[in-house]
Design a protein around this ligand. Sequence first.
Ligand code: G1P
Length: 294
Amino acid sequence: MKKVKKAVIPAAGLGVRFLPATKAQPKEMLPIVDKPAIQYIVEEIIESGINEILIITGKSKRSIVDHFDKSLELEVRLEEKGNAELLEMVQELGKLADIYYTRQKEPLGLGHAVYCARQFVRDEPFAVLLGDDIVQSDRPCLRQLMDLYDQVQSTVIAVMEVPQEEVSKYGILDAVQEQPGIYRISDLVEKPSQDNAPSRLAIMGRYIIEPGIFPVLAGAEPGAGGEIQLTDALKVLCREQAMYGLAFQGKRYDVGNKLGYLQATVEFALARPDLSGAFREYLRTLCAKINEPV
Ligand code: G1P
């Protein structure tokens, strides 16, 4: 039986939606409360049982590499200050998993970024997690996909139903529900107009993909937005192999968008035992103020 042992995080995007914050730092390093967004993704991968991770980086992404590296200087400082808790947290970060890096030299699109992982992946099924989608769930979203992969031994994509007005923001599936929450995919289209969308089932940023995607990506042409799209390559693969969509359990935050980022920040802070009391109190006062007649 084939098992998923490797995960890829494309993190080479320019982060234009968060300018000027992302002019000199990667959007993946923007913190949600006190943890960079990309660390939530790495933790989801590890909690799902995978510890070989490739991060596809681009320009100005050095801080991602530094973040997951050992920081002797910081460790010495924290030790001198006697801050054992922070010291342990920083040390743990340096040994989270085997993290490898490769650079996407030009921002040619998600499909091209995934193609940069071919040497790392070779001929195994692999996971792809997009940093803009953070999912909070009891069982990690990726683990849910891996469970389905174990059964079907074929490409599996995380999906969610979205309102009709939002279909043009996503890759959309043409699919038939085979069992509750499990869809057999017959076609995929990247960012269709509302009129052309085959359904409201949208691709969320979690995939388990068969290595057969690489020959397809090798010959891929630019699609929506002039970029080489992963969805277009999956569309080709879907004609050759079975492909499934999984409506996962959990709440997804689109942290690549300002409102989604703020929502994640507020809800994650509320879930933090060290912050929730004071923060809840603050929000209560704020809500009362907002509701005051003007
Ligand atoms: C990417 C994918 C799209 C998917 C989305 C999920 O788009 O191309 O198919 O639905 O992620 O977040 P992006 O948001 O990078 O434009």
